[in-house]
Each structure stands twice: as C-alpha cells, then as structure tokens.
Design a protein around this ligand. Sequence first.
Ligand code: AMP
Length: 479
Amino acid sequence: MTDAHPLMLFNSLTRKLEPFEPVHPGEARVYSCGPTVYNYPHIGNMRAYVFADVLGRTLRFKGYRLTHVINITDVGHLTDDADAGEDKMEKMAAEKAQSIWDIAEHYKQAYWADVKALNIRQPAQWTVATDYVPQMIEFAKGIADRHCYELPSGLYFDVSTVADYGRLARSTTDADDRDGANELGGRIEQVEGKRHAADFAIWRRTPAGETRQMEWDSPWGRGAVLGFPFDIHTGGIDHREIHHPNEIAQNQAHCCTNGLDVPANSGARLWMHNNFLVERSGKMSKSSGEFLRLQLLIDRGYHPLAYRLMCLQAHYRSELEFSWEGLGAALTRLKRLVMAVAALRAQAEPAAEAGPRFADHLARFDAAMSDDLNTPVALTVLEEAAALKKVDPGAKLAAIAAMDAVLGLDLLALDRADLRLRPKAATITEAEIEAALAERKEARAARDFARSDALRDELAARGVEAMDGDPLGWEWKLG
Ligand code: AMP
C-alpha cells in the first residue's frame, strides 16, 4: 500500500485529484448508487457500474480490503429526480398492470443479468431500499424537528438549515444561493409552500384520490451497512447536481442532530462521478421504444465484454460516444487479446508470479490505474505485455492475469467460440457456415472462382460475411 504510485482519485467535492486516504487504514468502504428497478437499465447506466467495479478492483489491486455496497432502489422514485413528477415505479406498474413488487423483482433480475454479463464483481452487499424502511423512518424522525417542515404533499427538507448546501454541485463558495438563482434551481419544479427552491421532499404523502403501493423516498441502507463516514460514494455525473447534494444535506442534518463529529459531514470523504455515455440519435432514452440495452447488443452479435472494453477505452470522467462502429472496433480489440491469451494457454499454465520481465509493465499498469483509474493507458500496457516476444508463456499469462484482475475482461476464461455470438435474427447455423466455407476453400483451391464467388454471395444473402485474409483468422462474421 505504501508503494511508488499512491492512488490518486478525483474528488467531485473539491474538483481535485486527491490521494486516497481511507477512514480506517487498509480498508476501503465504497457505496454506489444502484438502479431504480422500474425498467431495464440502458448501457449508459451500466457504464456507471463498470466504473464502480473498476474502482473496487483497483482498490483491491492496491491492497485494500474492500467493502462495496450497491443499493437498489425499489421504492418510489420520482421521474424528474427533484421532488415533483410521477413515481417511476408506480407508473410502470400501472402500465404493465402488475404489482410494484413484481415490477421491482423482474427488473432487479434483469439488472443482475447485465452485471454478470459485464463481469462486474458481486459487491459485499446489495442493499435494497425496502429492507431499510424502519431505518429511513428513524432517520427522518431524527432530523425532522430541526431540518424539515411539513406541506400537504409531504415532509420537506429546508436546505438553509445546513451549511454550504449544494457545494458538490457547484463546488464554489457560493453557499447562499439556495433560492434557485443557480442553474440547478432552474431544474427543480416548484411546489407551493416550499421555503427555498432547492428544498426537497424526504417523505411524500399520497396525493388525495391516489393509491400508491409504496411510499418511501431516499434509501438509507448505506448508513446502516457502512457507517459514517465511509470512503467513497459513486454515481453518474447527473447525481452530482441534485441527488447527491440532497444526500449530503441529509447526512449533515443527521450528524448534527446526533452530535456526530464527522469531518465535513458529507457522509463520504470522496464523491466520484462517471461521465455519461451518449448516443446522438436518442436510442439511450428509455422512452424511445427499442432503447440501448445490453441484450440488444448481444442480440446483434456483440459480446457484452466488448461493451466493457469500450467503456475502458475512455477515461471514466470523459463523455463516451456510443456507436455500433465503435463497439465493433472494441470487439475486434477484444478478439485480438483473447486469441493471444488462448495461444499462450495452449502452451502453459499461468505461473505463480509474472517475474522480472514484466516488472516494468506491471509498474506502468499500476501507475496508470493509480492515476485516477486511467484505463485507456492501462489497456495499452496490457497489450504491450501480451505482445512481448521471447518470454516464458506462463510468466506472461501471470502478468496478464494480474492486470485483468483489475480490468475485468475475463481474458483467461474467454475463447474464440464465446466471442462469436449468433445474432438473434440470423437464420443460418454455424455448421452450415463452416460447411459452405469448406466448400469454398475447395473451389478456390481448384481455381473455380465462379463457384467460390457464388458461395460467398449465398452466405452474404443469409447475413454472413466471409472474411478472406482476416489477420485474426476469424474467417467469417455475422452482420
Ligand atoms: P438511475 O437508475 O437513473 O438512478 O441510473 C443509474 C445510474 O446510471 C446512475 O448512477 C446514473 O447517474 C447513471 N447514468 C444514467 N444515465 C447514464 C449515461 N447515459 N451514462 C452513464 N451513466 C448514466
């Protein structure tokens, strides 16, 4: 842990790179905002969990004992993330004519399937908001007197009762701007009777004439599981604006009310946010019909780990633009790595240690990951190691395994056949393709180019591209 490359992480609270100094030496406690399970996650949401996973893996690589909690919100979550709008869970339940519990269960399972497919490690604990209702009630009761006021629509948090509200969003010293003059105030819908634009509901009453199946808002599992303060809180960049400032305000209120001496009272020391995956044609939006789910990528023949690799090719704080071409390029890059590793595995078992030939690679890999999780550079170091000539294959496998434990591409388990996914729409079997290709080879050997071309065209008509001279030896792909 005291090594040449101290782990530096970007803290959204200070907008600076800071050395990671855990609350308890040797231990890292991380909380990640998980999904609200009212619909399938889109691949942008999954970028947030790939990021949290890479962070967790890096902390372990750096020698910390990791406790990672991911919270799943299965209770009322409002459509506009401020304090008005419809409840997403209730809305979907009504649309599907199912109970809200069935909706939550279905989409929770779908989310877990994506987590598994992307090789995201299981956290130490998944917390589910409805398991923490008594704690939420206690929490709300505890801060209500000093920090909240009641309106017909619910119990509202008065943001002027805590110091420096919204500093995470603004990261400036402009602490008095609580009345909506700043840009985030403009995004918050007004509720009659609110004292400040930024005040938010911590408890909502069922509007007259409506029956809602669940009634709670903010999940408080994190306090119960990790204690305060913990080390790192993660989420997507959108949460930096409203959701996380509101969490910090509630943490501050809780700590003050309970006389807890928590530095800065923000709950977590470091707040880390991944930037967005963007897609120009609007296919990311869950209201766009066929939106970009991981399953859609798989149905089109892209292995899910190609998407993971695509995420790693960008720094987590940079916007990443999705395109099918980009995903195709990531798949090719993954194929190259998998083929290289497969060739090594055919020769040797991974050695216990990578040994001196790889010391420099591992040091550079460590430097890259310790530099605020610089995965694009770390990936190139991994590829350089994989390309090193005249080295012991077992040692090379050990080096690759050490790096892949952080990047999570599952390189030592994947093989060529795994990566060759059959698109859902394909009407041809692999055996048929292989037979046609074998016949084509014979035709070419006999210089019967008319037959060879005809076979290629027949395959193309069925959605198979024959890849003559493919440097990876891939021979064909479905498109
Ligand atoms: P939600 O279920 O809306 O709370 O979103 C789950 C997680 O995905 C949150 O951490 C969001 O900040 C994050 N997120 C939402 N959209 C995107 C996107 N397009 N790219 C990356 N992360 C996103």
